[in-house]
Design a protein around this ligand. Structure first.
Ligand SMILES: NC(=O)c1ccc[n+]([C@@H]2O[C@H](COP(=O)([O-])OP(=O)(O)OC[C@H]3O[C@@H](n4cnc5c(N)ncnc54)[C@H](O)[C@@H]3O)[C@@H](O)[C@H]2O)c1
Length: 707
């Protein structure tokens, strides 16, 4: 029989099954057609098993073995039984592989995730190539689902229960070396020798259990230790996810119950759980986020007409909080950056910041000491612009003052080449205005990083009227290369994220002044899924910084962005937040909260009022939704998904809600509008003034994501 998507041939008594055949995409996934073909092929190989000595799974792609099941297939599932049936179809195929009477081997070269890893686990052996792109893992939990093709059944058998739980519950992927270390891979070989080594393994059929594996099984075979392992895993999950995520808890239920069952019984439980999870709202939101992130991998703005500059060498201007982080990022991405400041002392601080980031990576075993030293040494600290002629990208992160920034840019322009892209990390100043200082404004844009640069994925690329599409494209691809999440936004007060964050933080001030307690406000937001309560967040940002930004936004946006004077009063008392250990909360030397700041409490009403958690949530999140609607109306960003990505990656808006506007859509915009109008009458008619964009959507019975 001939196949279109997967190659199948028998050579010297070995069956070769090759993925990524006749396929022009870099990544191969199991879609409906390839699953059908795989089923027919493994059935054919099984029927042939008397005439063959082994089965070899391999790939025709340079960097991909099998990237897993097609997420579109999962997202198209409408009912639990449809989902469970889909999982069963995969399980049946992988059972046939596992039940082959001849040995089978997966030759993993490149990406091998989800269904790819599950297929490999059903083989008698797995070998990996030393290709840096090789990675194995079961990331399903990140999509709010359980591995459904037998992964939860086979992974513990291969690597032992504790390691399997770690891999399945975190969804992390491992490179070839680590896959070998934990026992997923039975060998790692140069890419060119993978098929030869596969034959050697099959001929020897020498798959021995590693010590780790036997220990894992020993632990798992003992009822009591198994109980303890699951209990610990459950505690860890609850601690990490605060119970917001259903999938990891479901995975634990399935695995624990399955330990007592036969393969058939176990897999039935896995398929049923897959069905339940994949159609649930949480998984649908995480799938939605997956597609949004896929879409950001390509810039879809105005097409550039000229060559897009490639940004190889960089310079960070200003070595403060942000400049040090930016120099680190440039060194990390091999840009051999220049770090420029006014004094050697300031440069020293910037270099320290970069070294601290590298040391953090070393601690997390992401780099060796040699790599740290080599990368850190590529940063050239300088006090002049003499070497700026060699750089392709300048990121300015000096004091937030428009006149100083303009005069610095005018100076920088004299020293850089014509093709050099110039950017400002300003968080509140007008990029349009800044561009007027330049002779060639077309190669200038805002490039707004979030603090700390090494941990915050979002970067806002801020446009202005004269910027060239080539500049935006160059910055967009540079951000992707630097593993950041870029969002292109138009110039305007607070750009995208800070502008939507501000009404949220402002409203907290009003709630506190009305007598709602700090704890109730923070708890309501934490229980919504925010990574920290807004009072804690204000302390983290710095209350003085918050006051400054709030003033700028009030000036730019008018009455609806009015603030309570609470933060200002707190700042006047000398409480700046975590940085001086006193803000809304008190902090110890290590920055840990030790309690509420009673001095701030004294500034608030002595009698607390009780407000329901839902009411607090509505009070703080609805102004954000309204502001996001105005932002869409003003075309600061072009679509709802930009808002959602910005907030998820910029402030940690809970991913399981799919983003602010996805959440609004799920609640019903008519309901949202009704509550805003109610608050307009009962709380404040400026801060809760529903915008026309939102009203229009409701009139037309549309959602944010319909546009
Ligand atoms: N700190 C944040 O959380 C944050 C977040 C996003 C954006 N930003 C923006 O980043 C920029 C820098 O902020 P920061 O917090 O890093 O400031 P910072 O005060 O920590 O550092 C500014 C540095 O710039 C140096 N500097 C001043 N004038 C200079 C000049 N002419 N040439 C070279 N260096 C000069 C100063 O010596 C100082 O080291 C600002 O525009 C700010 O709005 C800050």
């Amino acid at each position: 029989m001939s196949y279109k998507r997967i190659s199948y041939e028998i050579k010297n008594k070995y069956a070769y099954i090759g993925f990524g055949y006749n396929c022009d995409k870099a990544m191969t996934v199991l879609d409906e057609e390839s699953l059908r073909e795989l089923r027919d092929i493994v059935n054919e190989a099984s029927a042939e098993e008397k005439n063959i000595d082994g089965v070899i799974f391999h790939s025709h792609k340079k960097d991909c073995f099998l990237a897993g099941a097609d997420i579109k297939l999962i997202s198209a599932m409408k009912t639990e039984s449809e989902g469970a049936h889909g999982a069963e179809q995969g399980q049946i195929i992988f059972n046939v592989i596992e039940d082959l009477k001849v040995p089978s081997i997966a030759c993993v070269n490149g990406v091998c995730l989800g269904g790819g890893t599950e297929l490999s686990l059903s083989c008698s052996m797995i070998i990996c190539s030393d290709n840096t792109k090789t990675q194995m893992g079961l990331p399903e939990v990140k999509l709010g689902i359980i591995p459904g093709f037998g992964g939860t059944f086979r992974m513990p058998k291969k690597v032992g229960l504790p390691t399997a739980l770690d891999l399945i519950l975190t969804g992390k992927s491992l490179n070839a070396r680590k896959a070998k270390r934990v026992g997923i891979a039975d060998g790692v070989y140069p890419k060119e020798r993978l098929l030869t080594m596969a034959l050697n393994h099959l001929k020897k059929q020498d798959k021995k259990q590693s010590i780790k594996e036997s220990l894992g099984h020993f632990a798992a075979d003992n009822f009591l230790s198994r109980k303890i392992i699951f209990q610990k895993a459950r505690e860890n999950v609850l601690k990490k996810t605060k119970g917001f995520y259903q999938a990891p808890l479901k995975i634990l239920d399935v695995m624990e119950a399955g330990m007592m069952k036969s393969r058939t019984g176990y897999l039935a439980g896995e398929a049923q759980a897959f069905g339940e999870l994949c159609v649930g709202e949480q998984s649908k939101n995480l799938q939605h986020l997956f597609f949004l992130m896929e879409a950001t991998k390509k810039y879809k703005g105005l097409k550039a007409e000229n060559d897009i500059p490639i940004l190889k060498r960089g310079a960070a201007l200003g070595a403060g909080t942000m400049g040090g982080g930016i120099a680190w990022l440039m060194a990390e991405t091999d840009m051999a950056p220049i770090l420029k400041d006014l004094t050697p002392e300031a440069l020293e601080l910037g270099l320290k910041q970069s070294a601290a980031n590298f040391l953090g990576q070393m601690k997390r075993k992401k780099m060796s000491y040699d790599q740290f030293e080599r990368k850190q040494r590529t940063i050239s600290p300088e006090l002049t612009y003499d070497s700026f002629g060699q750089v392709d990208l300048v990121i300015e992160a000096i004091v937030e003052n428009i006149n100083i920034k303009k005069s610095v840019f005018a100076e920088v322009e004299k020293h850089v080449s014509k093709s050099c892209v110039l950017t400002s990390n300003t968080s509140s100043l007008s990029v349009e205005e800044m561009s007027t200082a330049l002779e060639y404004p077309e190669r200038f844009a805002g490039l707004h990083f979030f603090n700390p640069v090494n941990r915050m994925p979002l970067v806002e690329i801020v446009t202005h009227s004269k910027v060239a599409p080539e500049t935006i494209e160059a910055l967009y691809s540079w951000c992707l290369k630097a593993k950041k999440k870029p969002v292109v936004v138009a110039d305007g007060p607070g750009f995208l994220v800070n502008r939507i964050l501000m009404p949220y933080l402002n409203e907290v001030g009003f709630l506190l002044k009305e007598g709602v307690s700090m704890k109730d406000v923070d708890d309501a937001c934490l229980n919504f899924g925010m990574p920290m309560g807004p009072c804690r967040l204000l302390d983290e940002i710095g209350l003085d910084v918050g006051v400054k930004v709030a003033k700028i936004l009030h000036e730019g946006l008018g009455d609806r962005a009015a603030t309570s004077d609470l933060s200002q009063v707190v700042v006047d008392k000398g409480f700046l937040g975590k940085k001086n250990k006193k803000g809304f909360y008190l902090y110890d030397e290590k920055g840990k909260v030790t309690g509420v700041n009673e001095e701030v409490q004294k500034l608030l009403p002595s009698e607390n009022i009780k407000m329901s958690e839902t009411d607090i949530q509505m009070r703080v999140f609805l102004p954000m939704i309204n502001e996001a609607s105005i932002i869409l109306d003003e075309k600061i960003v072009s679509k709802a998904s930009d808002v959602d990505l910005g907030l998820i990656f910029g402030i940690g808006f809970p991913p399981f809600r799919g983003g602010l506007l996805k959440y609004a859509d799920s609640q019903g915009l008519d309901r949202i509008l009704e509550v805003i109008e109610k608050f307009s009458n009962t709380v404040n008619d400026k801060r809760y003034n529903a915008c026309d964009y939102l009203k229009n959507l409701v009139d037309k019975k549309m959602k944010f994501y319909d546009i």
